[in-house]
Design a protein around this ligand. Structure first.
Ligand code: HEM
Ligand SMILES: *[C@@H]1O[C@H](CO)[C@@H](O)[C@H](O)[C@H]1NC(C)=O
Ligand SMILES: *[C@@H]1O[C@H](CO)[C@@H](O)[C@H](O)[C@H]1NC(C)=O
Length: 414
């Protein structure tokens, strides 16, 4: 009895505070609260930006320049992309000079990652795509009410990988654990390794943004709570609420799911293993947004029910439509939201360092050398090619390697 009176008084008090502080854009939030979870649909999905971690309590004068820059990114005023490149010669790994520069070991790690992430077609490989998803699944297991979790390395330091949410991440997990074994002695945490992998992978994909990359996260060997990652059959309401709990507003969510521009699904429908979410897997373009809206994209394009639901929701659709022809707008927004995602649960933002300078340069244009074969495959022909496309191998090269054999068989008649 006492408890329920207390609850009523608390909610009245909170209501009063909210009312007193309300501004024009706030009315929807108030109505949301009053309609007990039934969301208003006239909200356009661009909501006040929230701070996270230690930035919630530190004053501006206490912030390092790096943390001040992060704060401006989170508030939507600062850019989360950077083209600053380190052109100095990198000292050998293990040398004194290398140990003296936080970003030196990351430079070597970046070179190892690029080898795994870039394919001969110029597109990014299945490892790159999985690295982006791994970054999301480590950081995303967090909500505003979590005491711990988020971008803490736990996905590879615990048995989280066995969860059905994480199906498909086994290969990148093995590769990342091997990198960890090699680079952890030089001071790289698992949490940083995973988030760095995601930003290297993104910029290796043609047209991908060069996202500001921060290091200094602290590992956590405890599994994060379940139920914090989205499902492919979730409604727009469920997805939007889940991401709001991660401080990501509907526009932020729309920007982040654009990562499906590069993907090829394996487990949503196993009889369509390898089918991409737009007609350009391995390329960080905006085709995903347009093709998710199209009733009849190329036959092999496999739309996720969650993406379709989101694209139609009034809180998401205006931004979704803007991205259809908005590559640089999307890159900007994706980078901003990814910086936020990559810092969920991080409580020491004020002690992070920036190592963006060791990322490879962005590829600002891309033409597929093997478009002819890609087009055939997308129309449903030669399903066997899916495997090579997953590896970002140039199909032209593949055909080239078969030609001499054919010539031999056909006695030089081609
Ligand atoms: C609405 C929320 C989301 C849902 C329901 C969702 C669901 C999925 C599903 C079902 C797959 C296919 C897995 C498979 O069958 O192999 C997938 C792949 C992928 N997702 Fe998401 N996702 C969501 C948000 C995100 C976000 C926020 C990111 C990144 C920031 C992301 C990045 C990726 C990537 C890169 C892949 C491809 C992985 C690969 O090729 O191995 N997704 N997602
Ligand atoms: C999603 O829905 C489809 C079709 O109803 C179903 O076959 C599939 O198993 C569901 N997937 C998940 C992960 O619940
Ligand atoms: C999976 O794909 C196959 C082949 O296109 C289709 O016949 C089947 O209905 C799909 N299954 C589900 C659950 O959507």
């Amino acid at each position: 009895m006492k408890a329920s009176i207390f609850a009523v008084l608390t909610s009245l008090f909170l209501f009063h505070i909210q009312y007193a502080l309300s501004w024009p854009g706030m009315t929807t939030t108030l109505k949301d609260v009053m309609s007990m979870g039934k969301r208003q649909t006239n909200n356009d999905g661009d909501e006040p930006k929230e701070l996270i971690g230690d930035l919630l309590t530190l004053s501006d004068s206490q912030l390092t320049p790096v943390a001040a820059d992060i704060k401006s990114i989170l508030l939507g005023t600062g850019s989360a992309e950077s083209s600053t490149i380190d052109t100095t010669i990198t000292p050998p790994l293990g040398s004194k000079a290398c140990a003296a520069d936080t970003c030196c070991a990351y430079k070597w790690l970046s070179l190892a990652m690029i080898k795994k992430f870039a394919g001969s077609s110029g597109r990014c490989t299945r490892f790159a795509r999985a690295a982006v998803r791994l970054g999301f699944h480590d950081a995303g297991a967090w909500s505003k009410t979590s005491a711990f979790g988020g971008a803490d390395g736990s996905i590879l330091l615990t048995n989280e990988l066995d969860r059905v949410d994480n199906k498909g991440l086994q290969d990148i997990a093995a590769v990342t654990k091997a990198w960890y074994k090699q680079y952890q002695p030089y001071g790289i945490s698992m949490a940083d390794m995973i988030q760095f992998g995601a930003t290297v992978a993104t910029v290796v994909c043609p047209l991908g943004p060069r996202i500001k990359s921060y290091v200094g996260r602290i590992d956590n060997p405890k599994a994060n709570p379940e139920g914090l990652l989205p499902g492919v059959n979730d409604s727009a309401d469920k997805l939007i609420d889940m991401f709001r709990q991660k401080t990501i507003d509907p526009h932020g969510l729309v920007a982040l799911v654009g990562a499906h521009t590069t993907s090829q699904q394996h487990f949503v429908n196993i009889s369509r293993d390898g089918d991409p979410q737009d007609s350009t897997p391995g390329v960080w373009d905006v085709k995903f947004y347009g093709e998710t809206l199209q009733p009849n994209p190329p036959v092999r394009v496999f739309k996720f029910a969650s993406d379709v639901a989101l694209s139609k929701d009034p809180r998401a659709s205006s931004e979704w439509n803007e991205f259809v022809n908005g590559q640089s707008h999307w890159n900007e927004d994706y980078a901003q939201e990814y910086v936020r995602l990559s810092l969920l649960g991080v409580k020491n933002i004020n002690s992070l360092k920036e190592c963006t300078k060791v990322l490879p340069p962005a590829k600002k244009s891309y033409t597929a050398p093997d478009q002819l074969y890609l087009t055939l495959w997308l129309s449903g022909k030669y399903p066997q090619l899916g495997k090579y496309i997953d590896d970002a191998q140039s199909l032209l090269e593949l055909v080239g390697s078969i030609l001499p054999i054919l010539k031999n068989v056909l006695g030089g008649r081609i």
